[in-house]
Design a binder for this molecule. Sequence first.
Ligand SMILES: [Zn+2]
Length: 424
Amino acid sequence: MKVLIENIGKIVSGDWDKGIIKGDSVLIEDGKFSKIGFEDEVNANKSEIKVTIDADGMILIPGYIDPHTHISIGEYAPMQRMVGILEEGLLNGITTVMDEFNQFEGLPLFYPPDPEGVKATAITTYKAWKNYRPGGLMKVHAGSITLVKGLKEEDFKELAKIGIWRVAQIGGSSDLKPAELLEMASWARKYGMFIPTNFGAGVLKGAVYLDSDFVKNLQPDKLAHTNGGSTAAPWDLTREVMEVAPKAAVELVPYGNLKMGLRVIEYLKSRNELKRLIVGSDTPTGQGYFPIAVQQAVKFFSSLGNIPAPQAIAMATGNIQETYKKWINTGKIQEGFEADCVLIDKPPGSVGTDALGAIENGDLIGTAMVMVDGKIAAIHGRDARPTLKHIKLNGKELYVSDPNEALFDPPRFYWKSTGETYLL
Ligand SMILES: [Zn+2]
């Protein structure tokens, strides 16, 4: 099954170092990028291609990855009484999501600590999300284990065997003393698990600022919401923590403390370590929910932090792939990667020269196509910014003109196993 995207204006690789890569065409075979370059290099035998997408000069970027969410079983958020939360993100270009730990109405995740409860929750959530893809296509990596008193080494072994590969962010709340947390984290590490820390003052009972000694001993894989989640820690502590865990990804969130976010950027810039930056949403906790959260983060930190748009996009794509590379093969437009990508354009009225200029100028961009595994998910998000240009699908121009479609019910696609794409 072959899909060709042609007439692309710029291809943003998602790779921080490569930025924009040369070419105007991308060939997709069996859901993965197989060739990237100029049309004659891609040299596609057009008779074999089932679906041709004419990008009309728009910009192709990898699908966004949101590495920081707190989802429940199924696509709803009990705390906010919301449903369909992740599908909304898909319509705005988020193609992969990671779960930090789960929220359930009435489930005592923290009050009081319950080892059986956190384990059962991790397993149930993992299994519930294993085959469910919001909007039909979004990839969700759910099920993470919250560290509480009473968990034993054999629990981590059992969880890892089931397929659970993440510890919930450490520091949000806990009844464990630092030495106990470190021992438990070492068990998780032994079974190959990813370890993030919650950084910033917590809102939950038992939450504390993590001190730099603890972080130094832990050596986490990620410092979650370094600019506060949502309240920022003192600057000296923030700096120390980034310094003592030099291999940890540094996550920024759009709803956190933006001033601290810019300070973190300036500091990493001075040390030539900007590549450590990733962005996440914290969806759907009270502070974090909005389907354009990742887009917001990209344009905030690009426009205010003077990060060129291709690198700001890498913070939401390729840098996250690097952080989670043992587990995901998405986030870069690169041969062999899963064909998750988005065609973006500047919205009408933006002074940016194109979508990248719009981002650097602080404008939200429009999406003209969201694709997962080579399949088109949507051409527009609900109440998303419009685009100036539109795609042509096998020669037919597709766009949203009806106000109802633009605001409430954007056209979505279904894909038959025979390769035909059809509009719902
Ligand atoms: Zn969080």
